[in-house]
Each structure stands twice: as C-alpha cells, then as structure tokens.
Design a protein around this ligand. Structure first.
Ligand code: 5GP
Ligand code: ZN
Length: 114
C-alpha cells in the first residue's frame, strides 16, 4: 500500500535502520526508541491489524515474526529479559496501521504498561 508508512519502509522508499531482512518479515530500529533496544518487526505484506487472519495465508509470516524477535533479542544481548508488544486499535494507541511487533529491552521494564 503506497500510503502506508511501513509498506514504504519495506519497499525502500523511506529509509530506516534495518537490522534484519527475511523472506516474510523485516526489522528496523524505532525512530523514537522507548528503551535501549527498540526494534519494529513487521510483515512484508500489508496487514492492518491483528484480527481476520487466514491461518494458511498468514502462518509463514506469523512464525517468522516471533522467531525473528527471539533471534534479535539474542543478538541484542537481551538474555536478562525483553518485551514484545503489539498495540492493536485506537484504545491501545496503535498509530501505524500495519501490524508491528515492538521488541523492547535493555532496561528494567515497568508493569503494568501505561
Ligand atoms: P504504534 O504506536 O503504532 O504501536 O507504533 C508505531 C511505532 O512506529 C512508534 O514506536 C514510532 O516511534 C515508530 N515510527 C513511526 N514512524 C516511524 C518511522 O518513520 N521510522 C521508524 N523507524 N519508526 C517509526
Ligand atoms: Zn503497510
């Protein structure tokens, strides 16, 4: 989708600090990091939000999303702990309507989240 910010990062039209490029997902550093490590892991395809997944069509990128998160957490030295977050919908503060998994770590993370 040409009017989607994250699709434009996938296509290379908008620059990002990309840390991983896989078959189904890419990962890049957040422009406004909320922790020493703050990486966005996203499907290459445009998926607006969690919900309405078709299991067969979506299983590959869903598996790769989480395996990439685990690999990046290891690569970033986050053995002591990290958090994976998906803000879904307006009440959760989703601001980019292309599913993205936040990988946060490198400091003590508070709970509950705000
Ligand atoms: P949300 O609020 O939708 O869960 O998360 C959107 C995230 O995308 C935010 O953490 C925000 O800082 C990040 N973001 C927004 N625009 C850009 C951008 O142009 N480049 C990068 N790297 N991150 C962005
Ligand atoms: Zn998109």
């Amino acid at each position: 989708m040409t009017d989607c910010l994250f699709c434009r990062i996938v296509s290379g039209e908008i620059e990002a600090d990309i840390v991983h490029e896989g078959a189904e997902v890419i990962a890049f550093r957040d422009i406004n990091p909320q922790a020493p490590t703050h990486i966005q892991i996203i499907p290459r395809r445009h998926v607006p939000k969690v919900g309405g997944f078709v299991a067969e069509q979506d299983s590959a990128w869903l598996v790769e999303l989480f395996s990439t998160a685990a690999d990046l957490a290891r690569a970033e030295g986050l053995e002591a702990g990290f958090r994976l977050v998906i803000n879904n919908g307006p009440l959760a503060g989703q601001s980019v309507h292309h599913v993205h998994l936040h990988l946060l770590g490198g400091r003590q993370l508070g709970w509950p989240p705000g």
